[in-house]
Write a protein that binds this ligand. Structure first.
Ligand code: G
Ligand code: G
Ligand code: MN
Ligand code: NA
Length: 254
């Protein structure tokens, strides 16, 4: 496939870029969280989203290189953003296939952190339930090592994967990100309301915070505030922005 060849070039040719989608706290004007989302500025096809090339990268063995690129870029960007707002926390996504070698994923992270003075708590890694359940990755020990260095963890797309609730206790998880689909179904499926309420109650009872994602209208936002979600993300507030846009429109000086 031509696109696979193009992707190999892209990694070395600065065609990959991270966009940032702000995450808000209710009644709090200062934005201190954002999710880094990978984009590929393809020379002919324009700006491609991860769903158009991450599956290819996974299939053709490029995902680890891309993952390492994302880690380095997030750290660089976080260092820059910290200069403007010291409380900034950047989250990033991780593919399960980045974590299949014993300890290597965490070791790479630790090395990158050792070389870059990132404030503890300023990086949040999003893992899916399926990532947590991938056998043979020693994910639990790897997360522990990173957690000791101040890295935070979120479970992404919570509620739609295959995982065991006991993971919430055993692993160093700080945040649950409720899957988009529950939010999208709020108006049409009454049980979504009950499910979100149950997730928030459980999360708060064990000391976790909840991010509601995929918020597209005011009604959803109001409902999610009433359900006591802690943080809010979605097109209603901001689409993913270039780093420059994020800095100039969202990031206030501290
Ligand atoms: O931005 P978009 O809606 O196209 O993202 C689609 C999916 O791609 C999301 O599930 C998101 O978690 C994933 N994704 C975004 N950025 C990255 C990244 O840097 N690495 C990996 N592995 N997945 C990403
Ligand atoms: O799987 P993950 O939660 O990482 O997916 C994040 C993706 O969701 C990003 O690619 C982002 O573009 C997308 N996204 C963010 N906000 C919204 C929204 O309000 N509606 C929809 N449909 N997608 C969103
Ligand atoms: Mn995510
Ligand atoms: Na999600």
């Amino acid at each position: 496939r031509q696109l696979v060849e193009d992707l190999k070039t892209a990694i070395y040719d600065s065609q990959l870029t991270l966009h940032y989608q702000p995450i808000l706290k209710a009644n709090e004007p200062l934005i201190t969280k954002a999710e880094a989302l990978l984009r590929w500025q393809h020379p002919d096809k324009g700006l491609l989203g991860p769903s158009e090339f991450i599956p290819l990268a996974e299939e053709y063995g490029l995902i680890k290189e891309i993952g390492q690129w994302v880690v380095n870029q997030v750290i660089n960007d976080a260092l820059e953003l910290q200069q403007i707002n010291t409380d900034i926390q950047i989250s990033l996504n991780t593919s399960p296939l980045e974590i299949d070698e014993r300890g290597k994923w965490a070791r790479n992270w630790l090395q990158t952190l050792a070389n870059n003075p990132i404030k503890p708590g300023s990086i949040l890694i999003e893992v899916t339930e399926n990532t947590l359940m991938t056998p043979g990755t020693s994910i639990q020990q790897q997360m522990q090592l990173l957690s000791q260095q101040g890295i935070k963890f979120a479970i992404d797309d919570f509620g739609v994967g295959y995982s065991s609730l006991s993971y919430l206790q055993q692993l160093e998880i700080d945040i649950i990100k409720i899957d988009h689909s529950f939010v999208a179904n709020l108006e049409t499926t009454p049980s979504s309301h009950a499910l979100i309420r149950a997730i928030v109650t459980m999360a708060h009872n064990i000391g976790l915070k909840v991010v509601a994602e995929g918020i597209e209208n005011q009604a959803q936002y109001q409902t999610l505030k009433d359900l006591e979600c802690d943080f809010f993300q979605g097109f209603l507030f901001y689409r993913p922005l270039s780093k420059q846009e994020f800095i100039s429109h969202c990031l206030r000086k501290t």
